[in-house]
Design a protein around this ligand. Sequence first.
Ligand SMILES: *Cc1c(COP(=O)(O)O)cnc(C)c1O
Length: 360
Amino acid sequence: MNISFTPVTIKKKKPAIAGLPFGSCFTDYMFLLNYTERQGWHDPRIEPYGPLPLEPATVVLHYGQSIFEGLKAYRRPDKTIQLFRPEDNIRRMNNSARRLCIPELPEKLVLQAIVELVDREREWVPEAPGTSLYIRPTLIATEPTLNVNAAKTYLFFIILSPVGPYYPEGFNPVRIWITPKYVRAVRGGIGEAKTAGNYAASLYAGEEAHRAGFSQVLWLDGVKQKYIEEVGSMNIFFVIDDTILTPELNGSILPGITRDSVLKLARHWGLDCRERKISVNEILLAQQTGSLKEVFGSGTAAVISPVNVIRYKEQELIIDNGETGKITRKLFEDLTAIQYGQLQDPFKWTFPVDTRKTQQ
Ligand SMILES: *Cc1c(COP(=O)(O)O)cnc(C)c1O
């Protein structure tokens, strides 16, 4: 399908990548695609990045009918650019769409749009180690009405943001806080959809955790508050003795693509990985008996995030003496090496962007 193009008059100056806060700077262009009942998805176009005209009555502003995705474009050693599992992000976006009564996107066109936009903005894909271009596909209900129904019109857009290294001073463990008080998602709710409302629901507990000196909240299940779910923008893993454990996908946990990559890579290495219910008690007990070896989170932003402290009520668990474990480190090294094209990719996860040879 042909994607139309409107050029900018003046290109932006590229910022220094070191120290650039996440998601604070956007490239020259964005991709847009509209939906109406009569025309379906139509008018794919790349235009200068800029404000969206929305009426104050727009459905998304009142009732939160909105979904998004997050993936990255990486520079390979030969300076060509590649994506990591983009088709999985697009498929997941359509799962989120169904859950929020949003019409499904044409998957081939969305992949084409990501590739064309990133290719056009290739100068924005940074080259320094650990840097990348973050890609944010977003889909919102645009119908102007206060009527509580699924909207009849939608806008899909993609914006791009260069990001600096997540660990500028080396691999850095995080402290997480298990809240016994708040929940993020409940059984039968929208926890498994990547939707704005889940984030809004998590902010209050997040601020409480920050005030107590923790960087993130580890959520428990919303029914019994007994089983571990996820970190809110990361899935969670525990290494107990020689087994890698992560909560099973139960409908209230986001099915992370990094989570899936961790499981596939660790199984490829021959490690024992289990997806099942994990209670907080099991973790506390494993710590007491010395069998809790490593804890880490997984997500597109940090890829792998070692956890060195877990707080639950009055207890503070120091994991692995506050060090970063071997499996955590190896997963980070190999996953990022595959993403940057430094290591052979046996899973066919990487996807080339370059539609022509680079001129460099
Ligand atoms: C996006 C997200 C994750 C991580 O998913 P990845 O595909 O690995 O980036 C985990 N939890 C929530 C709630 C998320 O929104």
